[in-house]
Write a protein that binds this ligand. Sequence first.
Ligand code: AMP
Length: 289
Amino acid sequence: MTATQNTKPAVVAERSKIHEVVRAAQSLGQSVGVVMTMGALHEGHLSLVRRCSEENDVVIATVFVNPTQFLPGEDFQKYPRQLETDRDLLASAGADYLFAPGNEEMYPDNASTVVKAPDVSLRLEGEHRPGHFDGVCTIVCKLFQSIPVNRAYFGSKDYQQFLVIQHMVKDLGIPVEVIACPIIRDDDGLALSSRNRYLSESERASALSISRGLREAAKRVADGERDADQLVLDLCAEMDSAGITKIDYVVIADPNTLQPIKTITAPAIALVAAHVGSTRLIDNLRLQP
Ligand code: AMP
């Protein structure tokens, strides 16, 4: 069932149809994997699709710009939509199906049931984007209902989102294996994001201070620095001197709980969210003492 390279994935828009596809494959003993996205695909997304294709017989990618995870005033309206280009990219990465539902399909009759995100959602993104993770959990849960796959692949780029989904799946007993994949970066270090296309040349230069600061922090931790507060201050200073004035958070935290830590005695994670012009970017990096 796996697509040969460059065979375009079949487009499915109805939940009942994609459900049938999954059940039919599984009844033949085939494993099915999914990569959930909002489209405007780049190498980060495609790395997940390739991994999914290596580990499963059938690969489904979803493209849905989920309205309920955007806050008022965020970029829902202007979020890039390019389904045919995405379909070509998915073909090159080995996807068999592209599930691209409309809003009415996912939220029929203004469906008002919401999945409340687990506690690991409360800090960081949850604090700065209240309601965002409820929207994420609601759509991911709906997608798992319609696409009852064996495995689902998420990027560590959205590290807190990965943890939130991992907790939700465990708490609700959703029978799927949730797999985290590494962050893919441009050659200059910037973490790939569909939102990078909003950046002007000078904003992009400023944005590079985020990954540069994270790399520097990781190097200092590897060299023996243990003071998390000092590292946070220096990361903020690096971003500030590159012209980033609105930082939502810079945190060094326990990678399982996201609780901030003061002294780095075990593997930790540094997480950043900042606004570069009108574009909000997030990034993170593991710190290994
Ligand atoms: P999005 O379309 O931004 O909602 O992302 C869909 C999936 O792709 C999520 O699991 C993201 O974490 C993942 N993703 C986005 N950017 C990257 C990246 N640069 N590297 C790896 N995964 C990514």
